[in-house]
Write a protein that binds this ligand. Structure first.
Ligand code: T1G
Length: 670
C-alpha cells in the first residue's frame, strides 16, 4: 500500500507532504510516513530545513478518530510530535484549512508555523470528551499563555490565523495560492538560526486569577461535562512542572477520559451527526434540484426564523402574509434579530443590509410562483394547510419543492391535496428556527428521492443538522416527547411536584425539565381555549391565565428576570386535582422519575425504528441532542439506553407496566 506521505526536495529544504483524504487524519500510515520522512531529513546532510504540509482541503484535522478504542500502532502521536520537535534541523509547518487536535499539536511541535489567512487552528478534543493528548496542553500555554490555552483547550473552538499570529502561534501569514513556495522561502530564512525554538523548552508563568476567572465565566457551559476540568488541570500543570512531567500528567488525564462513557458518547455523536446526512436508499450522487429562491408562507415566529436561515446563507426569500400589519411585524422582527447579532459583533452592518435586501415581503400569494422551494409555516391546522397546498399546486412551477413546517401532522395527507405528492416533503424546524440546529426532514410515502436529497443537501448550506423522519404523529422528536409528558403529569397526580421532576431532568443534564419546558413553550399551546372545561392540571393553569413565562406564571411563578420559583397556587391546583381524582399520593423517588419519564422515550424510539420511521438509532440520538438539548455526554436516548443496559431499561419499563418494544426487549436496536 502506498504511503500517504511523500517528500520533495527544494534545494536544501525537504518538503514532507501528506495526502490522506478527506481531512488528513493522523492515522497509523500517516504517522509512520511522517516519522520516516523526518528521520530521513535529519540524517541527510544536504538537508538544512524541512517543511510539513498537506494536500487536499486541510492540514491534519486531528488524530484518526476511527482508530480510537483499537490497538494503537506505533509511533503513537505523542512519540511522533516529540520526535519532530527534537529534530536537529528546523521544521516549518505550512498550514491551510483547519489544523485541529493532533494536527495542531504536530504544528506546535514544529519549530515555526506559517499559514494562509483563511486557516484555522484549534484543539476541539474537548468536544469529543477528550483533551489534546500529544503535548498540546503543555505546548499551547508555553507559546500563547494560560488564558489562550484555556480558551482553546477547554472550549475547543478553533481560532482564525490572524488571532493565532497575535497569540504567537503562527509566525507568518502567507499567500493563499503560494503556501508551499512561501513556506520553503521562510525555511530558507530560518534554516541557519540557532538555537532552534522548541516550545516545550519555554517557560510559562502561572496565572491563577485567569484560571479562576475562566472557571467562573464558564461554569454553566461546562456543567455535567468531565473533559473541560481535565483540560484546565493540564494547562495549570504546565505552569507548575517541566514539560516531561506535564505530558505524563496529560497522558494520564487523556486515558481516563478515553476510557470514560462521556467521550464514547461524544464520539458516537460526532459520527452519528455525519451519518444522519446519508439517506440509505438514495444514491449519494443523485441529481439535486436547483434552489435559487425560497418562499415562506407565514411571517410569524417560525416563518421569520426559517427565512433568516436562507437569507444568512445568501438565498433570497419571498415571505408571504395575509395582512400588512403581520407582514411588517414579521419583517421587522427579522431586521431586529439581525441588528442584535450585529450589535454583538457577530455580523457586519453591511451583512445585515445584504440579508434584508434579499428578503421580499409580499401579500401576493402568486409571487411564490417563481420560487424553487416553498415552506409553509402557518399554525397547526390540517384544513388550513391543505387549502394552502392546493393553492401552491395551482401556481408553482414544475419541479418546485413544496414543504410544510408542521410539527406533528400527516405529510401524506397534506401531499394528497396536490397533484404532485412526489414534490411534497416535511421540513420541521425547531424554535427559534434561526438558532436551533436540528431539521427533521419528513419523507412522505410519495416524496421523490431527489426532493429528499435536495432538502438534505440544502440543510448543510443553512448550517442545520438534518435527520430523515417517516410520517408518524410527531415524527421522531415530538413522538418520543409525548410519553414523557404523559408520565410527568401522571407523576404529579401520584405525589411528585413539578420542581422534583424538573430537578431530576436537570441533574440528568437536560437544559430544563418537562414543566419548565412547558412554561417556555407556552402552557396554552394546543389548549382548547375553553376556560370552563378543566380536564387536567394544564387546563386548570391555562384557564387561570397561567400560560407560562410569557405570563410570568405557569407551572412556576417567574420574576422579571424570568427566574422560576415553585408556585403555592400550582401546588393548590395539583392538590385539588388529586383529591377530585381520588389519586393515592405517595413518596416518589428520583429513580422512579427516570424510569417513567426517560425509559418510555427510549421505548418509543425503539418503536419508531421498528416501524422504519427513522433510518438508524443514531439518528434518533442526533434528533434529541440537536432538537431537545439531550446532554451530548450521554450520547442521546438510544446510546444512553445501551450504556444504561437494555435489561435494566426493560426491567424498569416492565416494573411500571409499559408495553416494551420487542427490539428493545431483545436488545437488538440498530
Ligand atoms: N478522524 C477520522 N475521520 C474524520 C476526522 C478525524 N479526525 N475528521 C473528519 N473525519 C471524517 C468525517 O467522519 C467525514 O467522514 C469526513 O471526514 C469529512 O468530515 C491526540 C486525540 C475537519 C472541520 O475533532 O471537526 O486529535 O462522513 O463531514 O464538514 O490530541 O470533520 O464523509 O465518511 O466533518 O468539512 C481532533 C474533527 C481529533 C476534528 C471538516 N480533531 N473533524 O468538516 O467535513 S482527536 C477533531 C472535524 C485528537 C489528539 C486527539 C471536521 C472538519 P464521512 P466532515 P467538514
Amino acid at each position: 500500500m502506498t504511503s500517504p506521505i511523500r517528500t520533495e526536495r527544494h534545494g536544501d529544504v525537504l518538503v514532507i507532504i501528506s495526502d490522506n483524504p478527506p481531512v488528513n487524519a493522523l492515522g497509523a500510515a500517516v504517522r509512520q510516513g511522517l516519522e520516516a520522512a523526518v528521520k530521513d531529513g535529519v540524517q541527510d546532510a544536504s538537508i538544512e530545513a524541512m517543511v510539513i504540509r498537506c494536500d487536499g482541503r486541510t492540514f491534519f484535522a486531528g488524530a484518526d478518530i476511527t482508530e480510537f478504542g483499537k490497538p494503537m500502532q506505533e509511533p503513537g502521536l505523542p512519540t511522533l510530535v516529540d520526535m519532530i520537535e527534537a529534530s536537529s534541523k528546523p521544521i516549518v509547518a505550512a498550514i491551510h484549512g483547519t489544523a485541529l487536535g493532533g494536527g495542531c499539536e504536530v504544528a506546535l511541535a514544529c519549530h515555526y508555523r506559517v499559514a494562509v489567512a483563511s486557516a484555522k487552528l484549534g484543539t476541539p478534543e474537548v468536544k469529543l470528551g477528550l483533551l489534546p493528548g500529544a503535548g498540546g496542553t503543555q505546548r499551547l500555554p508555553r507559546i500563547a499563555g494560560v488564558r489562550m490555552a484555556l480558551e482553546m483547550t477547554a472550549k475547543g473552538d478553533p481560532i482564525p490565523a490572524k488571532k493565532a499570529v497575535e497569540a504567537g502561534l503562527i509566525d507568518k501569514i502567507v499567500g493563499e495560492d503560494s503556501l508551499e513556495a512561501d513556506a520553503i522561502a521562510f525555511a530558507g530564512e530560518i534554516k541557519a538560526k540557532r538555537p532552534i525554538p522548541r516550545a516545550s523548552e519555554r517557560e510559562v508563568q502561572p496565572d491563577p486569577e485567569a484560571v479562576e476567572a475562566f472557571k467562573k465565566e464558564n461554569g454553566r457551559r461546562f456543567r455535567g461535562f468531565e473533559a473541560p476540568a481535565a483540560n484546565i488541570a493540564c494547562v495549570v500543570k504546565a505552569t507548575e512542572v517541566p514539560y516531561t512531567e506535564g505530558v505524563q500528567f496529560e497522558r494520564q488525564e487523556f486515558m481516563k477520559l478515553m476510557m470514560g462513557t462521556q467521550s464514547a458518547a461524544q464520539r458516537h455523536i460526532f459520527f452519528a451527526e455525519r451519518q444522519a446526512a446519508k439517506i440509505d436508499d438514495v444514491p449519494a450522487d443523485i441529481q439535486l434540484r436547483p434552489i435559487k429562491r425560497v418562499g415562506v408562507i407565514g411571517a410569524g415566529t417560525m416563518g421569520g426564523g426559517i427565512s433568516m436561515n436562507f437569507l444568512s446563507a445568501g438565498i433570497p426569500v419571498t415571505i408571504v402574509e395575509m395582512a400588512q400589519e403581520a407582514l411588517d411585524r414579521g419583517a421587522g422582527t427579522i431586521r431586529k434579530n439581525y441588528e442584535a447579532t450585529a450589535a454583538k459583533g457577530r455580523m457586519k452592518p453591511e451583512q445585515v443590509e445584504a440579508a434584508m435586501g434579499a428578503l421580499t415581503p409580499t401579500l401576493d400569494f402568486d409571487a411564490l410562483a417563481e420560487c424553487d422551494l416553498i415552506i409553509e409555516a402557518v399554525y397547526e391546522s390540517m384544513e388550513v394547510k391543505k387549502e394552502i397546498f392546493t393553492r401552491l399546486d395551482a401556481i408553482c412551477k414544475p419541479g418546485a419543492i413544496l414543504a410544510s413546517n408542521t410539527s406533528y401532522l400527516d405529510i401524506d395527507e397534506i401531499a394528497a391535496s396536490t397533484k404532485r405528492p412526489q414534490d411534497v416533503v416535511g421540513m420541521h424546524f425547531f424554535s427559534p428556527a434561526n438558532v436551533m440546529k436540528l431539521l427533521e426532514v419528513v419523507r412522505g410515502a410519495k416524496t421523490a428521492p431527489d426532493v429528499l436529497a435536495t432538502v438534505m443537501d440544502l440543510a448543510k448550506k443553512i448550517k442545520k443538522v438534518a435527520v430523515v423522519a417517516g410520517v408518524t404523529y410527531g415524527f421522531i422528536g415530538n413522538r418520543m416527547l409525548m410519553p414523557r409528558q404523559v408520565e410527568a403529569n401522571k407523576l404529579l397526580m401520584e405525589g411528585a411536584t413539578p420542581e422534583q421532576i424538573d430537578r431530576v431532568h436537570v441533574a440528568f443534564g437536560m437544559p430544563m425539565g418537562p414543566f419548565q419546558m412547558s412554561d417556555l413553550a407556552g402552557v396554552d399551546i394546543g389548549w382548547h381555549r375553553d376556560p370552563t372545561r378543566i380536564e387536567n392540571i394544564r387546563d386548570a393553569l391555562a384557564a387561570e391565565g397561567r400560560w407560562g413565562q410569557k405570563k410570568q406564571a405557569g407551572f412556576y411563578d417567574y420574576d422579571e428576570k424570568r427566574q422560576p420559583t415553585p408556585s403555592p397556587r400550582v401546588a393548590e391546583i395539583i392538590e385539588d386535582f388529586r383529591k377530585k381524582s381520588g389519586s393515592t399520593v405517595r413518596e416518589i423517588s428520583d429513580e422512579e422519575i427516570v424510569e417513567r419519564t426517560l425509559y418510555p422515550m427510549v421505548n418509543e424510539g425503539a418503536l419508531i425504528l421498528e416501524e422504519g420511521k427513522a433510518q438508524r438509532a443514531s439518528d434518533v440520538d442526533v434528533v434529541w441532542i440537536y432538537g431537545y438539548g439531550w446532554p451530548v455526554y450521554r450520547g442521546g436516548p438510544m446510546f444512553w439506553a445501551k450504556t444504561e443496559g437494555y435489561e435494566k431499561v426493560v426491567a424498569g419499563l416492565d416494573k411500571h407496566g409499559f408495553k416494551v418494544a420487542q427490539s428493545l426487549r431483545n436488545g437488538a436496536i440498530k
